[in-house]
Write a protein that binds this ligand. Structure first.
Ligand code: DX5
Ligand code: ZN
Length: 217
């Protein structure tokens, strides 16, 4: 299994994003996690297309775009044009799930489906054969710096078991409250892509923190 750490720039110093990106590159971070919030799907507003395009010009890191927006289908093509390598959207959004997966794939981008903490794992099962990744939210989406919800681990396990049963090699990503203590639990449950924001960016040594996240492997 390929284990990857995806750093959420939601916790980065926005005024110095370029140096934050260099720090990520030099700390063994595998992907840059880009949280897009529209103020409707979640009660927060972040950044969007123009910033993603600028980030894409400034780094070769894989761009892991997490859309917390009400109508992802409408924007898939433009996020792809702005440099997204992976596009995650929510099952709870208003877009048709299969149509959105198809639209992402059509752009040559990896398709990923996310569920919020209260959405049952089984709801993603029908889509597994069409997905490159599933994102199990381990906090309520909307804000960085929240505490990991332990109850979500059983969903990570159920999804990983189903993926194995179907003989697929779909990635399972976790996002929210991931740190040195919680990441081994998520890995144990079957996650292989670990998003972390506040833990990585607040750490005195980001490279050390990234190593700690992978300790449970
Ligand atoms: C929350 C975002 C997360 C967030 C993670 O809605 O999707 O990506 O940045 O931040 P931490 O690691 O601080 O929980
Ligand atoms: Zn995220």
């Amino acid at each position: 299994m390929n284990y990857l750490v995806s750093a959420s720039v939601l916790s980065a110093d926005m005024l110095n994003l370029e140096s934050e990106i260099r720090k990520m590159e030099n700390s063994g971070i595998d992907m840059l996690h880009f949280d897009v919030m529209d103020g409707v799907f979640v009660n927060n507003i972040t950044y969007g297309l123009a910033i993603l395009e600028a980030v894409d010009k400034g780094t070769d890191m894989l761009l892991d775009v997490h859309l917390m927006i009400i109508d992802p289908l409408k924007y898939v093509e433009r996020f792809a044009q702005c440099g997204a390598d992976i596009i995650t959207f929510h099952l709870e959004s208003e877009s048709d799930t299969m149509e959105t997966i198809k639209a992402i794939k059509k752009c040559g981008v990896r398709a990923s489906l996310s569920i919020k903490p209260n959405t049952p794992a089984e709801e993603v099962f029908p889509y597994l054969p069409y997905l490159d990744m599933v994102l199990v939210m381990t906090v309520e989406p909307g804000f960085g710096g929240q505490s990991f919800i332990t109850d979500t681990l059983s969903k990570v396990k159920a999804i990983r078991d189903k993926i194995s049963e179907l003989g697929l090699d779909t990635d399972v990503e976790v996002d929210g409250g991931i740190n040195a203590e919680t990441s081994p639990l998520a890995i144990e449950a079957g996650a292989n892509v670990l998003v972390s924001g506040s833990y990585l960016f607040k750490a005195p040594d980001m490279a050390e923190a990234a190593k700690n996240i992978k300790k449970g492997i």
